[in-house]
Design a protein. Structure first.
Length: 248
Protein backbone atom coordinates (compact mmCIF):
# COMPACT_ATOMS: atom_id res chain seq x y z
CA UNK A 1 0.00 0.00 0.00
CA UNK A 2 1.24 3.50 -0.84
CA UNK A 3 2.29 5.40 2.25
CA UNK A 4 0.96 8.82 1.33
CA UNK A 5 2.25 10.58 4.42
CA UNK A 6 -1.04 12.49 4.54
CA UNK A 7 -2.11 11.46 8.05
CA UNK A 8 -2.71 14.60 10.12
CA UNK A 9 -1.84 16.87 7.20
CA UNK A 10 -4.33 19.66 6.53
CA UNK A 11 -5.94 19.76 3.11
CA UNK A 12 -8.06 22.58 1.71
CA UNK A 13 -10.37 21.45 -1.09
CA UNK A 14 -12.55 23.81 -3.14
CA UNK A 15 -15.79 22.79 -4.80
CA UNK A 16 -16.19 20.13 -2.12
CA UNK A 17 -19.98 19.84 -1.83
CA UNK A 18 -20.62 17.43 -4.69
CA UNK A 19 -19.12 15.46 -7.55
CA UNK A 20 -15.36 15.13 -7.68
CA UNK A 21 -14.89 17.57 -4.80
CA UNK A 22 -16.90 15.34 -2.45
CA UNK A 23 -14.85 12.33 -3.59
CA UNK A 24 -11.69 14.32 -2.86
CA UNK A 25 -12.93 15.09 0.65
CA UNK A 26 -13.67 11.38 1.22
CA UNK A 27 -10.30 10.29 -0.18
CA UNK A 28 -8.17 12.71 1.86
CA UNK A 29 -10.28 12.06 4.98
CA UNK A 30 -9.66 8.32 4.50
CA UNK A 31 -5.91 9.04 4.47
CA UNK A 32 -6.25 10.51 7.96
CA UNK A 33 -5.94 14.12 6.85
CA UNK A 34 -7.79 17.11 8.29
CA UNK A 35 -9.95 18.54 5.54
CA UNK A 36 -11.22 22.09 5.08
CA UNK A 37 -14.08 21.76 2.59
CA UNK A 38 -14.86 25.02 0.78
CA UNK A 39 -17.96 25.52 -1.34
CA UNK A 40 -20.63 28.12 -2.04
CA UNK A 41 -23.19 25.35 -1.45
CA UNK A 42 -23.34 25.50 2.33
CA UNK A 43 -26.03 22.86 2.76
CA UNK A 44 -24.36 20.21 0.56
CA UNK A 45 -21.02 20.88 2.19
CA UNK A 46 -22.37 20.55 5.73
CA UNK A 47 -24.25 17.35 4.90
CA UNK A 48 -21.07 15.81 3.48
CA UNK A 49 -19.00 16.82 6.51
CA UNK A 50 -21.64 15.62 9.00
CA UNK A 51 -21.85 12.21 7.29
CA UNK A 52 -18.10 11.64 7.30
CA UNK A 53 -17.14 13.33 10.54
CA UNK A 54 -20.08 13.45 12.98
CA UNK A 55 -17.88 14.83 15.78
CA UNK A 56 -16.74 17.71 13.58
CA UNK A 57 -13.08 17.25 14.52
CA UNK A 58 -11.51 16.41 11.18
CA UNK A 59 -13.60 18.23 8.55
CA UNK A 60 -14.23 21.97 8.54
CA UNK A 61 -16.99 23.06 6.14
CA UNK A 62 -16.37 26.60 4.87
CA UNK A 63 -18.86 28.61 2.85
CA UNK A 64 -17.30 31.00 0.34
CA UNK A 65 -18.08 32.29 -3.12
CA UNK A 66 -14.88 32.00 -5.13
CA UNK A 67 -15.99 34.80 -7.46
CA UNK A 68 -15.28 37.21 -4.62
CA UNK A 69 -11.58 37.90 -3.84
CA UNK A 70 -12.39 39.19 -0.34
CA UNK A 71 -14.35 36.02 0.44
CA UNK A 72 -11.39 33.92 -0.70
CA UNK A 73 -9.07 35.73 1.67
CA UNK A 74 -11.50 35.50 4.61
CA UNK A 75 -12.08 31.80 3.95
CA UNK A 76 -8.36 31.13 4.00
CA UNK A 77 -7.93 33.10 7.23
CA UNK A 78 -10.69 31.04 8.82
CA UNK A 79 -9.05 27.78 7.74
CA UNK A 80 -5.57 28.97 8.76
CA UNK A 81 -6.86 29.78 12.27
CA UNK A 82 -8.15 26.18 12.45
CA UNK A 83 -4.97 24.58 11.04
CA UNK A 84 -2.30 25.82 8.59
CA UNK A 85 -2.81 24.34 5.14
CA UNK A 86 -0.31 21.74 3.85
CA UNK A 87 -2.22 20.73 0.72
CA UNK A 88 -4.46 22.85 -1.50
CA UNK A 89 -6.70 21.31 -4.14
CA UNK A 90 -8.18 23.91 -6.50
CA UNK A 91 -11.12 21.84 -7.73
CA UNK A 92 -14.13 24.16 -7.98
CA UNK A 93 -15.23 25.11 -11.45
CA UNK A 94 -18.04 26.75 -13.30
CA UNK A 95 -18.95 24.79 -16.46
CA UNK A 96 -20.27 26.64 -19.51
CA UNK A 97 -21.31 25.36 -22.92
CA UNK A 98 -22.03 28.32 -25.14
CA UNK A 99 -21.23 29.00 -28.77
CA UNK A 100 -18.84 31.68 -29.88
CA UNK A 101 -21.87 33.69 -31.07
CA UNK A 102 -23.79 33.57 -27.82
CA UNK A 103 -21.31 33.85 -24.98
CA UNK A 104 -21.55 37.16 -23.11
CA UNK A 105 -18.63 39.02 -21.53
CA UNK A 106 -20.30 38.51 -18.13
CA UNK A 107 -20.41 34.74 -18.61
CA UNK A 108 -16.80 34.74 -19.76
CA UNK A 109 -15.71 36.70 -16.68
CA UNK A 110 -17.64 34.48 -14.29
CA UNK A 111 -16.06 31.31 -15.68
CA UNK A 112 -12.59 32.82 -15.44
CA UNK A 113 -13.24 34.19 -11.94
CA UNK A 114 -14.07 30.73 -10.55
CA UNK A 115 -11.87 28.49 -12.70
CA UNK A 116 -8.70 30.57 -12.89
CA UNK A 117 -8.62 33.76 -10.80
CA UNK A 118 -9.77 31.98 -7.63
CA UNK A 119 -7.02 29.36 -8.07
CA UNK A 120 -4.46 32.16 -8.43
CA UNK A 121 -5.72 34.09 -5.39
CA UNK A 122 -6.14 31.09 -3.12
CA UNK A 123 -2.75 29.68 -4.13
CA UNK A 124 -1.04 32.98 -3.38
CA UNK A 125 -2.75 33.26 -0.02
CA UNK A 126 -2.07 29.66 1.03
CA UNK A 127 1.43 29.40 -0.49
CA UNK A 128 2.83 32.14 1.75
CA UNK A 129 2.50 29.84 4.79
CA UNK A 130 3.75 26.83 2.80
CA UNK A 131 6.82 28.85 1.77
CA UNK A 132 7.53 29.82 5.39
CA UNK A 133 7.15 26.22 6.59
CA UNK A 134 9.15 24.78 3.66
CA UNK A 135 6.47 22.30 2.58
CA UNK A 136 3.38 22.33 0.43
CA UNK A 137 1.43 20.43 -2.19
CA UNK A 138 -0.89 22.17 -4.62
CA UNK A 139 -3.09 20.23 -7.02
CA UNK A 140 -5.13 22.01 -9.69
CA UNK A 141 -8.07 20.29 -11.33
CA UNK A 142 -7.73 21.06 -15.03
CA UNK A 143 -9.59 19.31 -17.88
CA UNK A 144 -8.99 17.68 -21.23
CA UNK A 145 -11.05 20.65 -22.47
CA UNK A 146 -7.99 22.80 -21.77
CA UNK A 147 -5.76 20.53 -23.87
CA UNK A 148 -7.83 19.90 -26.97
CA UNK A 149 -10.46 22.08 -28.64
CA UNK A 150 -14.18 21.50 -28.14
CA UNK A 151 -16.86 23.52 -29.90
CA UNK A 152 -18.89 25.66 -27.45
CA UNK A 153 -16.17 25.46 -24.85
CA UNK A 154 -14.30 28.74 -25.38
CA UNK A 155 -14.48 30.13 -21.86
CA UNK A 156 -14.29 26.81 -19.98
CA UNK A 157 -11.52 25.39 -22.20
CA UNK A 158 -9.48 28.59 -22.12
CA UNK A 159 -9.79 28.83 -18.35
CA UNK A 160 -8.55 25.24 -17.99
CA UNK A 161 -5.67 25.84 -20.43
CA UNK A 162 -4.85 28.88 -18.30
CA UNK A 163 -4.91 26.70 -15.18
CA UNK A 164 -2.37 24.33 -16.76
CA UNK A 165 -0.12 27.31 -17.56
CA UNK A 166 -0.61 28.68 -14.03
CA UNK A 167 0.38 25.28 -12.63
CA UNK A 168 3.72 25.41 -14.45
CA UNK A 169 4.49 29.02 -13.57
CA UNK A 170 3.66 28.57 -9.88
CA UNK A 171 5.58 25.27 -9.85
CA UNK A 172 8.66 27.18 -10.99
CA UNK A 173 8.09 30.03 -8.52
CA UNK A 174 7.45 27.80 -5.52
CA UNK A 175 10.02 25.08 -6.22
CA UNK A 176 12.74 26.72 -4.09
CA UNK A 177 10.47 26.44 -1.03
CA UNK A 178 9.61 22.73 -1.15
CA UNK A 179 6.17 23.46 -2.55
CA UNK A 180 5.09 21.36 -5.55
CA UNK A 181 2.32 22.39 -7.93
CA UNK A 182 0.75 19.87 -10.30
CA UNK A 183 -2.42 19.55 -12.35
CA UNK A 184 -4.79 16.64 -12.89
CA UNK A 185 -6.51 16.67 -16.24
CA UNK A 186 -9.61 14.46 -16.34
CA UNK A 187 -11.88 13.84 -19.29
CA UNK A 188 -15.33 12.69 -18.28
CA UNK A 189 -16.14 11.90 -14.67
CA UNK A 190 -19.44 10.59 -13.39
CA UNK A 191 -20.55 13.76 -11.57
CA UNK A 192 -23.60 16.08 -11.71
CA UNK A 193 -21.62 18.30 -14.14
CA UNK A 194 -21.37 15.49 -16.69
CA UNK A 195 -24.85 14.04 -16.11
CA UNK A 196 -26.27 17.49 -16.91
CA UNK A 197 -25.41 17.03 -20.62
CA UNK A 198 -28.14 14.39 -21.01
CA UNK A 199 -28.08 10.65 -21.74
CA UNK A 200 -27.69 10.91 -25.52
CA UNK A 201 -24.75 13.33 -25.44
CA UNK A 202 -23.18 11.27 -22.67
CA UNK A 203 -23.36 8.08 -24.76
CA UNK A 204 -21.76 9.90 -27.71
CA UNK A 205 -18.95 11.23 -25.54
CA UNK A 206 -18.36 7.85 -23.89
CA UNK A 207 -17.97 6.25 -27.31
CA UNK A 208 -14.89 8.42 -27.86
CA UNK A 209 -13.12 7.04 -24.78
CA UNK A 210 -10.84 4.06 -25.55
CA UNK A 211 -11.54 2.52 -22.12
CA UNK A 212 -15.23 2.65 -23.12
CA UNK A 213 -16.60 4.33 -20.02
CA UNK A 214 -16.39 7.49 -17.98
CA UNK A 215 -14.31 7.75 -14.81
CA UNK A 216 -15.62 7.38 -11.30
CA UNK A 217 -14.86 10.40 -9.10
CA UNK A 218 -12.80 8.07 -6.87
CA UNK A 219 -10.46 7.19 -9.77
CA UNK A 220 -9.65 10.86 -10.27
CA UNK A 221 -9.43 11.65 -6.55
CA UNK A 222 -6.83 8.88 -6.19
CA UNK A 223 -4.49 10.71 -8.58
CA UNK A 224 -4.87 13.94 -6.60
CA UNK A 225 -4.02 12.04 -3.40
CA UNK A 226 -0.97 10.59 -5.15
CA UNK A 227 0.22 14.05 -6.23
CA UNK A 228 -0.27 15.37 -2.70
CA UNK A 229 1.67 12.49 -1.18
CA UNK A 230 5.38 11.76 -1.04
CA UNK A 231 5.82 12.68 -4.71
CA UNK A 232 8.43 15.25 -3.77
CA UNK A 233 10.24 15.28 -7.16
CA UNK A 234 7.10 15.81 -9.26
CA UNK A 235 6.23 19.42 -9.99
CA UNK A 236 4.80 21.38 -12.92
CA UNK A 237 3.27 18.17 -14.30
CA UNK A 238 -0.17 17.65 -15.79
CA UNK A 239 -1.50 14.13 -15.13
CA UNK A 240 -4.00 12.98 -17.74
CA UNK A 241 -6.83 10.89 -16.27
CA UNK A 242 -8.93 10.42 -19.38
CA UNK A 243 -9.32 6.73 -20.21
CA UNK A 244 -7.12 7.27 -23.26
CA UNK A 245 -9.33 10.03 -24.73
CA UNK A 246 -6.21 12.12 -25.32
CA UNK A 247 -2.84 10.41 -25.63
CA UNK A 248 0.16 12.70 -25.90
N1 LIG B 1 -17.09 16.13 -14.41
C1 LIG B 1 -16.23 15.97 -15.39
O1 LIG B 1 -16.42 15.18 -16.29
C2 LIG B 1 -14.97 16.78 -15.42
C3 LIG B 1 -14.10 16.58 -16.50
C4 LIG B 1 -12.91 17.30 -16.52
C5 LIG B 1 -12.61 18.16 -15.50
N2 LIG B 1 -13.48 18.33 -14.48
C6 LIG B 1 -13.12 19.26 -13.43
O2 LIG B 1 -13.22 18.61 -12.17
C7 LIG B 1 -13.61 19.56 -11.18
C8 LIG B 1 -14.85 19.07 -10.45
O3 LIG B 1 -15.88 18.87 -11.39
P1 LIG B 1 -17.30 18.28 -10.98
O4 LIG B 1 -17.79 17.55 -12.16
O5 LIG B 1 -17.23 17.62 -9.65
O6 LIG B 1 -18.13 19.65 -10.87
P2 LIG B 1 -19.54 19.94 -10.18
O7 LIG B 1 -20.19 21.02 -10.99
O8 LIG B 1 -20.29 18.67 -9.93
O9 LIG B 1 -19.09 20.55 -8.77
C9 LIG B 1 -18.44 21.79 -8.72
C10 LIG B 1 -18.50 22.30 -7.29
O10 LIG B 1 -17.90 23.62 -7.30
C11 LIG B 1 -18.73 24.48 -6.55
N3 LIG B 1 -18.63 25.86 -7.03
C12 LIG B 1 -18.99 26.33 -8.26
N4 LIG B 1 -18.88 27.67 -8.29
C13 LIG B 1 -18.41 28.05 -7.07
C14 LIG B 1 -18.09 29.30 -6.48
N5 LIG B 1 -18.28 30.45 -7.15
N6 LIG B 1 -17.62 29.32 -5.22
C15 LIG B 1 -17.46 28.17 -4.51
N7 LIG B 1 -17.78 26.95 -5.01
C16 LIG B 1 -18.24 26.90 -6.28
C17 LIG B 1 -20.15 23.96 -6.76
O11 LIG B 1 -21.03 24.41 -5.73
C18 LIG B 1 -19.93 22.45 -6.76
O12 LIG B 1 -20.03 21.91 -5.47
C19 LIG B 1 -13.83 20.88 -11.93
O13 LIG B 1 -12.64 21.65 -11.86
C20 LIG B 1 -14.06 20.44 -13.35
O14 LIG B 1 -13.74 21.44 -14.28
C21 LIG B 1 -14.66 17.67 -14.41
Amino acid sequence: MLDTGLADRTVLITGSAQGLGAALVRAFHAEGAYVAALDVDEEGNRALAAGLDPDGDRILPVRADLRDPAAIESAHQLVDAWRPVDVLVNNAARPLTTSLWEITPEQWDEVFAVNLRAAFLLTRSVAAGMRDRGFGRIVNMASVAGQTPRPTGAAYGSSKAGLIALTRVFAAELAPYGVTVNAVSPAMIDTPMVRSVGAEALAELTAQVPLGRIATPEEVARVAVFLASRTSFVTGATYDVNGGALMR
